[in-house]
Design a protein around this ligand. Structure first.
Ligand code: P1T
Length: 383
């Protein structure tokens, strides 16, 4: 359970103090990396809250309390990767239950639902049109899975309206908040049942730890997820927890800079003749802009665009930048560029979640904004 005093603290303070009281035995201000796999019991069953490090670990507890406090959640559960966290959510369902999946999402999420959890039914749906969604609602739906903003088209969905529709029809809603982060958007306050993160991205923020996270306030659901976290065992190491906790301390200041830099990059891309369209939630013409403006503090650091000349030009831009590094992943201090069709979303080829082949995705980092804009402009000239 998060530190109760954390409830009155603002976001930035929670990031640095929630779950992170100085160590009571030494006074250490920084949360220790607790490597012990086992913990002494005074009598059988009498211990200080820890027995075995898969079931619970002090460094993990600090990190779980920190991120739960940032999401406004009663419970936080850390996992070895974003997909491991997602897998635990899908294990809540029974054979034959249906997942409604937004028709734009991380390729690995689509792969997990459609190729691993083959005992489940799934339908890819356009979550932008809630009326159409409700009109065609499959009655066996138990879970609605949505990213907002989505990966990689950055579509934004009305979390509140979708949750209301789902709850009326007996389904729960899991929101992947990886792109927005709890600094920009807090889905639980809008009615979501579970928030999932790839902590590998903005929470960790430095491209040096793979992790996943679930945040939620429902005690029963949390107990079921805590059971599978331990029983299936996809937990992060204490060092991973330390890195993610350390990274998340600076989430607010990093996000402010990611958003500001992204705005400048969007402006340049919009005026460039080789760019066909710019996808960014902050643009008034963008699908879901109004929902984003309502439910997000700012529009994030992810920007996608399509190249007028097609796929080969998109591949050339992706290979021509110097500061933007060509690579998968996102959300860290350094800027990244990639071609979703052949990289992060290759597993969605031929599916309803296939992405345009002329699409380029940017994770705008926190380097100097003029350097970033010039790097991209030069790459576009060459493409
Ligand atoms: O990579 P992992 O920590 O397992 O998280 C999976 C995941 C879940 N949700 C979203 C929205 C994601 O973007 C990801 C991972 N995405 C990438 C690696 C990528 O480059 O898009």
């Amino acid at each position: 359970m998060p530190d109760p005093s954390a409830e009155s603290w603002s976001f930035e303070t929670r990031a640095i103090h929630a779950g992170q009281d100085p160590d009571p035995t030494t006074g250490a201000v920084v949360t220790p990396i607790s490597l012990s796999t086992t913990f002494k019991q005074d009598e059988v069953g009498q211990h200080k809250g820890y027995e075995y490090s898969r079931s619970g670990n002090p460094t993990r507890t600090a990190y779980e309390e920190q991120i739960a406090a940032l999401e406004g959640a009663r419970h936080g559960l850390a996992f070895a990767s974003g997909l491991a966290a997602e897998d635990n959510v899908l294990r809540l369902l029974a054979t034959g239950d249906r997942v409604l999946l937004g028709n734009d999402a991380y390729g690995g999420t689509y792969r997990l639902i459609s190729k691993v959890h083959t005992q489940l039914g799934w339908t890819a749906v356009d979550l932008l049109d809630v009326d159409a969604l409700v009109a065609n609602w499959p009655t066996d739906t138990r879970l609605v899975w949505l990213e907002t903003p989505t990966n990689p088209l950055l579509r934004c969905f009305d979390i509140e309206a979708i949750c209301a529709a789902a709850h009326e029809r007996g389904a729960i809603v899991c929101v992947d908040n990886t792109f927005a982060t709890p600094y920009l958007q807090q889905p639980l306050s809008l009615g979501a049942d579970i928030v999932v993160h790839s902590a590998t991205k903005y929470l960790g923020g430095h491209s040096d730890v793979v992790g996943g996270f679930l945040a939620l306030s429902d005690d029963d659901l949390a107990a079921r997820l805590r059971f599978t976290q331990n029983a299936a065992g996809a937990v992060p190491s204490p060092f991973d927890c330390y890195l993610a906790l350390r990274g998340a301390k600076t989430l607010a200041v990093r996000m402010d800079r990611h958003c500001a830099n992204a705005r400048a990059v969007v402006e340049m891309l919009q005026s460039h003749p080789k760019v066909e369209s710019v996808l960014y939630p902050g643009l008034a013409s963008h699908p879901g802009h109004r929902a984003a403006a309502r439910q997000m503090r700012d529009f994030g650091g992810m920007v996608s665009f399509t190249m007028r000349a097609g796929r080969d030009a998109a591949l050339r831009v992706a290979a021509s930048t110097h500061i933007f590094t060509l690579g998968e992943s996102l959300g860290a201090v350094e800027s990244l560029i990639e071609h979703p069709g052949q990289m992060t979303h290759a597993s969605a080829a031929g599916s309803p979640l296939e992405v345009p082949d002329r699409l380029v995705r940017l994770s705008v980092g926190i380097e100097n904004v003029n350097d970033l804009v010039e790097d991209l402009r030069t790459a576009l000239e060459r493409a």
